[in-house]
Write a protein that binds this ligand. Structure first.
Ligand code: SAH
Length: 258
């Protein structure tokens, strides 16, 4: 059996209870060494075989899993953040299906949640944005043309951009082709929830300069949007005039939709 486990964004106590239990029971752990905090390996049991997948191909990962499986052992495949984002787990799950090896997935706290916590902000503010666009610049992994940054930026919604901290100049140019202006607030969040976490607030126009000044070119997220400006409408949900299934309001806002 293989358990895909989300390791969380970095802080070793941000793995889920289920993830920690699976990690402590596993006979073999294959972790994504470039971003998983190695402090998590302290949870593994004595004698567990540990592999860093940063130095392995998909074939090698599958070979290790296959060998474990043949001797009735359990493997945890530990991915950074939540495995469903840029985790390259689909190809592993599909191959395991072909090999008849059972697997399941334990979610984790994605770095985009860790970044909001680091900045101390909410992505979905009434009157500002109710959508979060998670995307990346095209790198060696291509991005379909219909999902170009420029086209997604047309919405002016909250954007969280992964895997692009090394391309801030180009990112800024693409964002400006959409609904953002050079003054739209932005933030670079480096290693959110790690001890060396850095939050750099800037604007869409000064992204590249901020990256240079603070030497951030990898392991960072770029946050973009007016949610960073702290100007918004208060929520209806907690407004005294708003009635919900759970709370009777004073009637002044009856009929308003959430
Ligand atoms: N599955 C992961 C993302 C893996 S892709 C998740 O859910 O977070 C790797 C990219 O994620 C990095 O290049 C960086 O853009 C981002 N990333 C991962 N951990 C991060 C962290 N702690 N702080 C900021 N960005 C992070």
């Amino acid at each position: 059996m293989v358990h895909f486990v989300g390791a969380g964004p970095g802080g070793p106590d941000l793995i889920t209870l289920r993830g920690a239990r699976l990690l402590s029971e596993a006979d073999c752990v294959i972790y994504a060494g470039s971003l998983v905090n190695p402090a998590l390996l302290a949870l593994t049991k004595e004698g567990a075989s540990i592999y860093n997948s940063a130095q392995m191909t998909l074939e090698q990962v599958l070979a290790v899993i296959g060998e474990m499986e043949r001797s009735g052992k359990t493997t945890v495949r530990l991915h950074t953040g939540d495995p469903c984002l840029y985790g390259a787990i689909q190809e592993q799950m599909d191959q395991l299906d072909e090999l008849g090896i059972p697997w399941d997935v334990t979610p984790g706290v994605s770095s985009f949640c860790g970044a909001a916590a680091a900045v101390g902000t909410e992505y979905t503010l009434p009157g500002v944005s109710q959508s979060v666009i998670i995307t990346r610049m095209a790198g060696r992994t291509p991005v379909p043309e219909r999902e170009s940054i420029a086209s997604l930026a047309a919405h002016g919604a909250t954007m969280v951009i992964f895997l692009s901290a090394g391309m801030l100049e180009g990112l800024s140019t693409e964002l400006l082709k959409g609904a953002y202006t050079p003054d739209t607030p932005a933030a670079l969040v480096y290693k959110a929830t790690w001890p060396e976490e850095k939050v750099v607030r800037c604007t869409v126009g000064t992204l590249a300069q901020a990256g240079r000044e603070h030497q951030i070119s990898k392991t960072a997220l770029v946050l973009v949007g007016d949610f960073l400006s702290h100007s918004y409408q208060r929520s209806l949900l907690y407004h005294p005039g708003f009635s919900t299934e759970f709370r009777q309001g004073d009637g002044s806002l009856d009929g308003a939709a959430l």
